[in-house]
Design a protein around this ligand. Structure first.
Ligand SMILES: CC(C)(COP(=O)(O)OP(=O)(O)OC[C@H]1O[C@@H](n2cnc3c(N)ncnc32)[C@H](O)[C@@H]1OP(=O)(O)O)[C@@H](O)C(=O)NCCC(=O)NCCS
Length: 179
């Protein structure tokens, strides 16, 4: 498969999807922190690693089993997707499963970019021999639930009150797709 994908999103801008490079570390941290501050979509409240640690992580990532994808517009990272071998590949029994999560900063949502990123990850996971993709989503995140449903993920279960946002408890939806 092509590792660099370019397309025009719904607002007419050109978007590039490509594997992350160590030099992207700062911008990846900034986009994750920007989504984290919204408090509604991802587990992270604040990115835990330093820029140097993130650089090292990207530089040493086993890309045969893991994907760190960035979406870029005009040289700026606007979002990312992570697809990682379940249990960090420690167990043979789950080595065929890949866990996927993605995010876009606010101005770039609902323009078809998340769909292209997930499509990329599905093709990548198939090419790497994975048999299953997993995703965990807040039950309140209708856009994300619809995105995964659109690509053939099905709801496998729910964990009640798995997350706390302020004083509100939110269920976790576990979705999976057999490849
Ligand atoms: C979730 C996210 C990655 C989706 O990417 P996106 O580019 O916004 O989504 P797309 O434009 O590709 O739309 C994908 C599907 O989502 C659904 N969708 C889009 N907007 C929606 C809305 N306002 N309400 C409900 N569903 C919606 C549709 O099914 C759409 O497919 P369609 O346009 O073919 O009908 C992105 O919105 C995002 O980063 N949100 C914040 C972080 C987050 O939620 N991450 C996921 C954590 S599990």
């Amino acid at each position: 498969m092509e590792t660099v994908v370019k397309f025009i999103c719904q607002n007419g801008q050109e978007v590039t999807l490509r594997p992350a490079a160590p030099e992207d570390a700062r911008q990846i941290i900034d986009t994750i922190n920007s989504v984290a501050q919204e408090r509604s979509y991802i587990l992270t409240d604040k990115f835990k690693k330093s820029e140097i640690e993130e650089r090292d992580y990207i530089a040493t990532l086993d890309t045969e089993k893991n994907l760190l994808l960035v979406a870029e517009v005009d040289g700026q990272v606007i979002g990312g997707l992570g697809a990682h071998q379940a249990s960090s590949g420690r167990h043979f029994k789950t080595a065929h499963v890949c866990e996927v999560g993605l995010h876009l900063i606010k101005p770039y949502r609902e323009q078809g970019i998340g769909s292209k990123m997930l499509e990329y990850a599905i093709e990548w996971a198939k090419a790497k021999g994975y048999k299953k993709l997993d995703a965990c989503i807040f039950t309140s995140n209708k856009r994300s639930l619809n995105l995964f449903r659109k690509f053939g993920f099905v709801v496998e279960g729910k964990r009640m009150k798995q997350f706390r946002i302020g004083n509100e408890y939110i269920d976790e939806v576990i979705m999976g797709k057999i490849l």
